[in-house]
Design a protein around this ligand. Structure first.
Ligand SMILES: [Zn+2]
Length: 152
């Protein structure tokens, strides 16, 4: 059966604008205007959700309280990418989920400041449990790419 498969090459190049919503807009404005990372607290389970969500996916209740989380945390998971993906930077680059101090859930972003050419060398620095800190772009635009992580 495998030999009968037909493979079709296609190209997706989709650009679209969408509203970030009330929660997303507050989150991005805080990053852009104040260099602050905000999570939202669930009134029931008390978790600080980051990225902030308008409701808690465990308790199914609305969140309303904004909490300023720390700018340092620990890597929970990461990947180092060596293949080109459309719409993403030229490889190599690293992306990590970091549990920022005070947050209950990790948020993903790029990790910069590490030489990634040699994966074995890179893995000496970027690892699960490694401490990382948030660094902000000088000219921020209200995007997730306004910040990235650096290994401490
Ligand atoms: Zn909850």
């Amino acid at each position: 059966m495998e030999g009968d498969q037909i493979f079709v090459t296609q190209h997706w190049d989709i650009k679209y604008n969408h509203a970030a919503g009330e929660t997303g807009s507050t989150f991005f404005k805080a990053i852009m205007d104040k260099k602050v990372i905000l999570g939202k607290k669930c009134p029931k389970c008390k978790r600080i959700l980051l990225p902030p969500r308008s409701f808690c996916e465990r308790c199914f209740v609305e969140t309303s309280e904004w909490v300023n989380v720390g700018k340092e945390g620990k890597i929970e998971a990461f990947t180092i990418v060596y293949e080109k993906f459309e719409g993403l930077p030229n490889p190599p680059y690293a992306i990590a989920y970091v549990l920022l101090d005070g947050a209950s859930t990790a948020i993903a972003n790029f990790v910069k400041g590490i030489d990634l050419k040699d994966i074995n060398q890179a893995l000496n620095h970027i690892k699960v449990g490694a401490k990382a800190r948030v660094a902000f772009k000088r000219k921020r635009e209200g995007r997730i790419t306004d910040f990235w992580y650096e290994i401490i």
